[in-house]
Design a protein. Structure first.
Length: 196
């Protein structure tokens, strides 16, 4: 049975899901359960490649076989996510691995910076904004993840909208009730200039 939220703590498992093709597979499976041939067509990849990626996702606990469909009278397994949302909360970093949550966080923060530019914000120093946002979101995530882990049994079965609302409340609480977060937030606001 699919959970609403699954917390992933193991660094090896986190590394599995952040690879680009596997991330795309998980995104597609968020919409509906799919077969290898459907995924291969959607991603314009050969079926053997998709199978290898699905196997890694399955071994790491992200996907499972959840049904079957027939294509031209040939049965195909359907793959689905084991949870609607995966909360990546590493327990430790292996410095010899080359993959760190900091690198992953920075990559995704770069997307936030691009979006901010697209909606009219300007930066004197984009690299400084990137570093500040990565640090800010990292600290907030760490604090929110601690609260989510403490209440993991209570958040089971939440629908996605309620889950994200709850997460937003915890993030806002972190900002509003901690002087250090407030200072970080004010520093980021000063770095962002709205293009008028």
């Amino acid at each position: 049975m699919r959970k609403e939220v699954k917390i992933i703590r193991d660094m090896k498992s986190i590394k599995v899901c952040v690879e680009e093709t596997r991330s795309k597979i998980l995104s597609l499976l968020m919409v509906k359960d799919m077969s290898i041939s459907q995924l291969a067509k959607a991603l314009d990849r050969d079926q053997s490649t998709i199978y290898r990626h699905l196997k890694k996702l399955q071994d790491a606990g992200y996907v499972e076989i959840c049904g079957e469909r027939k294509e031209h009278h040939i049965p195909e397994k359907l793959y689905g996510r084991t949870a609607s949302f995966f909360l990546l909360s590493p327990s430790d970093d292996d410095p010899n691995d080359g993959f760190t949550m900091e690198k992953w966080q920075k990559k995704h923060t770069e997307k936030v910076v691009r979006i901010l530019k697209n909606i009219g914000y300007e930066f004197d120093d984009p690299e400084l904004v990137l570093d500040e946002l990565a640090s800010f979101f990292g600290s907030l995530s760490e604090r929110a993840n601690e609260k989510f882990e403490a209440a993991q049994h209570k958040i089971e079965g939440l629908d996605p909208v309620t889950y994200f609302r709850l997460r937003l409340i915890i993030f806002l609480d972190a900002i509003m009730n901690d002087d250090e977060f407030e200072e970080d937030y004010e520093r980021i606001v000063e770095l962002l200039k709205e293009d008028n």
